[in-house]
Design a protein around this ligand. Structure first.
Ligand code: BTN
Length: 261
């Protein structure tokens, strides 16, 4: 059974109204839930039932938040942004979607809070070596559910998460406006989605390169064919694939996860 959304809290309504036309395809389509299992699961259910593009599920708390590679995503009540958007990208845009989403989240965090963050391929959002936000794209080919999780408060995360993660308020040492952050995320996502869906995506690639500049030349490790390999980050190509230099080879990584070493 699908839970019913309730009215948006006043601060969210006000922030979304201020963002106005910048919300573009998301305008009037934000659904608020006090608690869900996973916003990605709920958005998938809605997409399967024909939800139109731009519907966004936002929750105050997730009881079964999911991360990439089958990991859990800690989602304590009121401590973060947990949202999932139903999108129907062109095939070319689908390939660049998570790169575009990473750029949008980084831009939105800077715009709404003043905190500057870095991107780690393909779309993890970091401050120094601690993760601040993550993106989980699921579904295809008829739709993609794009899930975004941003740590806002230094909440009671499980110890293994607390060691590797940070939050916006931990970094800034002051409270931030969650409504404004959500509105800026949607506005930035609408903008970047337009760039990859309608234009050629070059602006998104250039913005990603700027936000990931500090990771260029970093040593990374990744798994390929059951083996662990190492190399130095060289950049990303026009399709969003990671380029890694390993000895005399330039390797192109299109999926999976890389680890900083
Ligand atoms: C990652 O592992 O980096 C991706 C984390 C994605 C978390 C978000 S929170 C909102 C949406 N719902 C989920 O269950 N996961 C994503």
């Amino acid at each position: 059974m699908t839970p019913d959304p309730i009215s948006l809290p006043d601060d969210l309504t006000a922030a979304l109204a201020v963002a106005g036309a910048r919300l573009n395809l998301f305008s009037g389509k934000v659904r608020w839930f006090p608690q869900v299992g996973s916003t990605n699961d709920l958005a998938t259910m809605l997409a399967e039932r024909g939800a139109e593009e731009g519907v966004v599920v936002v929750a105050d708390q997730q009881t079964a938040g999911r991360g990439r590679l089958g990991r859990a995503w800690a989602s304590p009540p009121g401590a973060g942004i947990y949202m999932s958007a139903v999108l129907r990208p062109t095939p070319r845009a689908a390939g660049l979607l998570t790169i575009a989403a990473g750029v949008a989240v980084a831009d939105a965090v800077a715009q709404a809070t003043g905190l500057e963050v870095q991107l780690k391929w393909p779309n993890d959002v970091y401050v120094a070596d601690r993760k601040l936000a993550g993106i989980l794209a699921e579904g295809a080919p008829r739709y993609v559910v794009l899930g975004i999780g941003i740590n806002v408060l230094p909440a009671a995360y499980p110890p293994d998460v607390a060691r590797r993660a940070t939050s916006i308020e931990t970094e800034l040492g002051r409270p931030v406006d969650r409504g404004l952050l959500l509105a800026e995320c949607l506005a930035a996502l609408a903008l970047r989605y337009g760039e990859i869906n309608v234009e050629d995506g070059r602006g998104v690639i250039a913005a990603w390169r700027k936000r990931a500049a500090s990771t260029l030349g970093r040593r990374i490790e990744w798994d390929a064919g059951g083996q662990s390999r190492r190399g130095l980050v060289d950049g990303i190509d026009e399709d969003g694939a990671l380029l890694v230099r390993s000895g005399s080879e330039l390797i192109r990584i299109t999926s999976g996860e890389v680890r900083w070493v």
